[in-house]
Design a binder for this molecule. Structure first.
Ligand SMILES: Cc1cc2nc3c(=O)[nH]c(=O)nc-3n(C[C@H](O)[C@H](O)[C@H](O)COP(=O)(O)OP(=O)(O)OC[C@H]3O[C@@H](n4cnc5c(N)ncnc54)[C@H](O)[C@@H]3O)c2cc1C
Length: 420
């Protein structure tokens, strides 16, 4: 393999993994670096946080996924910076890796809009660690409520506040309502989990603001039927250990969840380039970075204006995956035939959010779907997108079991270090 170009891919999320797979068996030495040894299917994390699935159901070892590609080396490590002039990637363990082509696909994290101190009090849902902490907080607050004699404190413990009414906030609100009303309701003696309060706060005028208004109205009506208290046009002013202050009024809560806006990874800082408001690196149509030879940025970390809409491509798994596949295929062709990377074109496969049992929304642009048909389609698409046949089977069987019995198997309170 000596003499073959060295391609380093940082991040084995949707973009990085698709890029690596497309480069599999090409005449290049590919190294995939990730701080975790697994690829995480982030869209189903909310089901881990609400005890419907276990972490292992939605995570697959990167080595296993890429094992049949002999030209790909997998490395566990955290990248700290890039010396783009010397074409070298530097890792936290002090090691350095030279590259001919560098693909940065390091994703995003939650944006706390200047209130980093809120992160520990109101975790977002980005990692398995976040999901485990949220699951433990949710379940533990019901346990504490069960032994709490004071009715006011009891009600506060059974209150969850979700900040942000995008797809993640809506999914969490629906899932917590179902956990309380259908599953926990049968297991407690002193409290009535069906009376749990779920507050969904959204600063914008409506929930699911990126969806057509009709779907957003449907989602609101469905959530309200499930007992969710939706507060649109209201801003969170303060978060404390057990309370949220919204427009001057304090709501006491056992669990507070952050689902409001994302912030790109540090790729822009590593490359010392100008970034947009949320830290995304502007990329050219071929996904390369101007002035940084051989460097490409993909997925949530990249800012690419879609010529079809004249707007930035959204932070979605389907965008990241398509970009990764496009770049990997084009780089493999470039190595073999010397052709340039063609411009990337996004194929919109539709946008979706699940609200609860038998209720979801799907937006395909001209066509829209809601209710039971959208819910079935949501389930099929998500199972199909999971990596590996065994995961698809496991998740399908668990969903079927849960649908029939209302049970949730993963109701564990674990002693994670972040659990206060
Ligand atoms: C709760 C939630 C639900 C979502 N639901 C949907 C959905 O239903 N549909 C949809 O299309 N999109 C959904 N999204 C958005 C989607 O998950 C992202 O757009 C997608 O993950 C972006 O892919 P990516 O490859 O850019 O980054 P990621 O998938 O986040 O991958 C980034 C990878 O980089 C690694 N990494 C980061 N920094 C470093 C470093 N310094 N060193 C080494 N490795 C590093 C990480 O460990 C990770 O593996 C959801 C997002 C969230 C948070």
């Amino acid at each position: 393999m000596a003499g073959q170009p060295r391609i380093v891919i940082v991040g084995a999320g949707f973009a990085g993994l698709a890029c690596a797979k497309a480069l599999g068996s090409s005449p290049a030495r590919v190294t995939v670096i990730d701080r975790n040894n697994y690829h995480l299917f982030v869209p189903l994390l909310y089901q881990v946080a609400t005890a419907a699935l276990s972490p292992a159901d939605i995570a697959e070892p990167i080595r296993k996924i890429l094992r049949r590609h002999r030209n790909i080396d997998v490395r566990l490590g955290t990248v700290e910076t890039v010396d783009w002039a010397a074409q070298t990637v530097h890792l936290a363990d002090g090691s350095a890796l030279p590259y001919d082509k560098l693909v940065l696909a390091t994703g995003s994290r939650y944006n706390y809009f200047g209130h980093s101190e809120w992160e520990a009090l109101a975790p977002g849902l980005k990692t398995i660690g976040n999901a485990r902490v949220l699951r433990s907080r949710l379940l533990r607050s019901f346990e504490l409520a069960e032994r709490e004699p004071d009715p006011l404190r009891q009600q506060a413990l059974m209150t969850s506040v979700i900040v942000g009414g995008g797809p993640t906030g809506v999914e969490m609100a629906g899932a917590i309502a179902e956990l309380a009303r259908y599953t926990l309701v049968r297991d407690f003696r002193r409290i009535d989990p069906a009376s749990a309060r779920i507050v969904l706060v959204e600063a914008g005028p409506r929930i699911l603001g990126t969806f057509p208004e009709s779907l957003s109205t449907y989602a609101r009506a469905r959530l309200e039927r499930m007992g969710v208290d939706i507060r649109c046009g209201q801003v969170v002013e303060e978060i404390g250990a057990d309370f949220v202050r919204i427009e001057g009024a304090v709501t006491r809560a056992g669990a507070i969840i952050w689902a409001a806006g994302i912030q790109a990874s540090d790729a822009g800082r590593w490359l010392a380039v100008d970034v947009d408001r949320i830290g995304r690196v502007p990329v050219r149509a071929d996904l390369s970075v101007e002035g940084r030879d051989g460097v490409y940025v993909l997925g949530d970390s990249a800012l690419l204006i879609d010529p079809a809409t004249d707007r930035p491509l959204p932070g979605l798994a389907q965008v990241a995956k398509q970009q990764g596949r496009h770049l990997g295929t084009a780089l493999a062709r470039q190595i073999a035939q010397g052709t340039p990377v063609p411009p990337f074109r996004f194929q919109d496969r539709g946008n979706t959010a699940i609200i609860g049992r038998n209720a979801a929304v799907f937006d395909f642009g001209k066509r829209r779907l809601k209710g039971w048909p959208a819910w079935i389609l949501w389930a099929i698409v998500h199972v199909y997108l999971l990596v590996g046949f065994d995961k698809r089977l496991q998740v399908s069987l668990q969903w079927l079991w849960r649908y029939l019995t209302y049970q949730r198997g993963a109701r564990l309170i674990t002693n994670d270090p972040d659990l206060r």
